[in-house]
Ligand binder design. Structure first.
Ligand SMILES: C[S@@+](CC[C@H](N)C(=O)[O-])C[C@H]1O[C@@H](n2cnc3c(N)ncnc32)[C@H](O)[C@@H]1O
Length: 259
C-alpha cells in the first residue's frame, strides 16, 4: 500500500492526534525494559516519547508512508528507537512484543479480524495492546461534504473504482469482533473527542493532511486543486461558528487487550 502523506506537513497539522496520543502514552503501565511496537507511527513524535519511557527496552515504529518515516528518522534519534517502512496489514511477528500501541491510525486498516490475529501472534504472553482509532460518527461533516463533492458531475467519474479509505465501526460491532479473537482480557470503550478547531486555518491544515490525501490521488493533476478548494469551502460553510472556530465530530474507539 502506498500512502502519499507529507511528514513535515503532518507535524504541523496533528496537534489533536498528539493530544490524544499523549494521554494514551501516559496510561501505558511501563516498567522500563519492554519491547514495544507502534503501528502507524506517523512522524514518530509519540514513538519517541514511548522510547524515553523504556530506557532498558526498545521501540519499533512502523508506517506505510515513506515521507512519515523519513521525517520520523530525521527528528527522533535514540539508541532504543527504530523506524521501518512497513504496512500494518503485513505485520509478521511471533511473540516479540510486550506492548503494541497505536494512536489515530487503525481506521486506515480495513481488515481488523486479520489485524487482531496478527497482534495476538506478535505479543509475548502477558503482553498488552492499546489502540485508539476512529469509530462510527467520526468526522461526520467532512464525510458528508466529501460524499457530496465526489458525486458532483465534474468529479464523479474519478471515483468509479474508488475504495473508501476508512473503517469506522460502531462500538457494538467492534466489541463483537474482538470477542472472536483469543485475547485473555478485552476492554473496548468509546470516547467523544468532538473538537473545536481554534481557527479556520487549523481546520484547513487537518483537511489537507491527512484527510484529503487518499482522495486527491484519484484526480487528474489539473482538477486536484479545485476539488480540494471546493471541499475546504463547503467545510467552512458547514462548520464555521461566529466566534472564529470550526466544529467537527471526532468519535473514537479505545481498545485494551492482554494476551
Ligand atoms: C493520523 S496518522 C497518526 C500518526 C501517529 N500515530 C500520531 O498519532 O501522530 C495515521 C498514520 O497511519 C499510517 N498508516 C495508514 N495506513 C497504514 C498501513 N496500512 N500501514 C502502515 N501505516 C499506515 C499513515 O501513513 C499515517 O502516518
Amino acid at each position: 500500500m502506498k500512502l502519499d502523506f507529507d511528514g513535515e506537513k503532518y507535524k504541523q497539522a496533528s496537534s489533536q492526534q498528539k493530544a490524544w496520543g499523549k494521554t494514551l502514552v501516559s496510561e501505558l503501565d511501563l516498567k522500563g525494559g519492554e519491547r514495544i511496537l507502534d503501528l502507524g507511527c506517523g512522524n514518530g513524535a509519540l514513538t519517541a516519547e514511548i522510547a524515553a519511557l523504556v530506557p532498558d527496552g526498545s521501540v519499533l515504529g512502523i508506517d506505510a508512508s515513506e515521507s512519515m518515516i523519513k521525517t520520523a528518522r530525521a527528528d527522533h534519534v535514540a539508541t532504543n528507537l527504530c523506524f521501518e517502512l512497513q504496512d500494518i496489514d503485513a505485520i509478521d511477528f511471533d511473540f516479540q512484543f510486550d506492548v503494541i500501541f497505536s494512536n489515530a491510525t487503525l481506521h486506515w486498516v480495513k481488515d481488523h479480524r486479520k489485524l487482531l490475529e496478527n497482534v495476538l501472534r506478535s505479543l509475548r504472553d502477558g503482553g498488552t495492546a492499546r489502540f485508539q482509532f476512529a469509530g462510527d460518527g467520526n468526522c461526520s461533516n467532512l464525510i458528508a461534504v466529501l460524499r457530496k463533492v465526489m458525486s458532483d458531475q465534474d468529479y464523479v467519474g474519478y471515483f468509479d473504482k474508488f475504495e473508501w479509505p476508512w473503517y469506522m465501526p460502531t462500538i457494538e460491532q467492534y466489541r463483537a469482533l474482538i470477542e472472536e479473537v483469543a485475547f485473555g482480557e478485552k476492554k473496548v470503550w468509546d470516547q467523544n473527542g468532538d473538537t473545536l478547531f481554534e481557527t479556520v486555518e487549523a481546520m484547513i491544515r487537518w483537511i489537507d493532511q491527512p484527510s484529503l490525501v487518499p482522495f486527491l490521488g484519484h484526480l487528474d493533476a489539473g482538477d486536484r486543486q479545485r476539488f480540494r478548494d471546493t471541499v475546504v469551502e463547503r467545510m467552512i460553510d458547514k462548520t464555521f461558528r461566529g466566534d472564529g472556530t470550526c466544529f467537527e465530530t471526532f468519535r473514537r474507539i479505545n481498545v485494551l487487550v492482554r494476551k
